[in-house]
Design a protein around this ligand. Structure first.
Ligand SMILES: [Zn+2]
Length: 259
């Protein structure tokens, strides 16, 4: 069984599933994916994702995160109070995705930083982990997490160097690897992955983006998370089932860190 810890379920390309999210989820379940965390990026996605995660599929557990992605125009509307209000439900497992992205825009760095801090505060109040996105902003990301005493969360779709991973691990964070690690040219990231402690690794699709090999270039979906797991199991020279169990346990531990 596999957990997809990061999927944009409301953005999936459903064409091959007859435009039916239920079918996409059933196919994920049939691929042995038993748990998916749907990720919110903007306020207007909340209701749609709540609707999706209310879908009943036998043997599949669905939850969501609540947050505003650093590239959204609405980051200046973020307050910890608003996040707490939206995230104070049982099917909300985490806060995010939040973080810093200097690749897309360096115009709103202060707004990104404030929003990131508010997400951390909400995470600390609710004792729910934070889902962190970081792109071309590794130092500021670690600085803010450190300054805010963040210790509970995920660095998602990790593509940074080992030094950054180590700093995040020292804070208590989990490192989530996506399909990027399966790419042929991702040798640096594969070398970093080899050095990560097994009890801090998570797997994700970040679907509909970044489909893993052998689906690279196609629209990604939660049913593809086993490809990420397979690649990593090989990398760590572990049986697939054992590696999958470790990552499931890691996600359990993360969700239960303060329960
Ligand atoms: Zn994402």
């Amino acid at each position: 069984m596999f957990t997809d810890t990061h999927a944009h379920l409301n953005r999936l390309d459903l064409e091959k599933h007859d435009n039916d999210i239920q079918k996409a989820l059933q196919i994920a379940k049939d691929a042995n994916v038993h748990r998916i965390m749907a990720i919110m990026c903007d306020f207007d996605e909340y209701d749609g994702i709540q609707q999706i995660i209310s879908t009943q599929i036998d043997g599949l557990t669905l939850g969501m995160s609540v947050g505003i992605h650093p590239c959204q125009d609405t980051i200046n509307q973020v307050t910890a109070e608003k996040l707490i209000e939206l995230a104070n439900r049982e099917n909300v497992w985490a806060i995010g995705e939040t973080g810093l992205d200097y690749y897309w825009s360096k115009d709103f760095i202060n707004e990104q930083k404030s929003s990131f801090s508010y997400h951390i505060h909400a995470s600390q109040t609710l004792k729910k982990p934070i889902v962190v996105h970081t792109r071309e902003a590794r130092y500021d990301t670690i600085d803010i997490l450190t300054a805010e005493k963040a210790e509970h969360g995920i660095i998602h779709c990790f593509t940074e160097d080992y030094d950054t991973a180590k700093k995040a691990l020292d804070l208590g964070f989990y490192i989530s690897l996506s399909g990027i690690v399966t790419f042929k040219n991702a040798t640096d990231l594969q070398d970093v992955a080899k050095k990560l402690p097994l009890d801090r690794i998570l797997i994700e699709t970040d679907s509909p983006y970044l489909a893993p090999v052998p689906k690279r270039g196609k629209p990604n979906e939660p049913a593809f998370v086993p490809y990420v797991a397979e690649f990593l199991a090989n990398l760590y020279q572990l049986p697939l089932e054992q590696f999958a169990n470790i990552t499931n346990q890691n996600f359990d531990n993360l969700l239960n860190q303060y329960v």
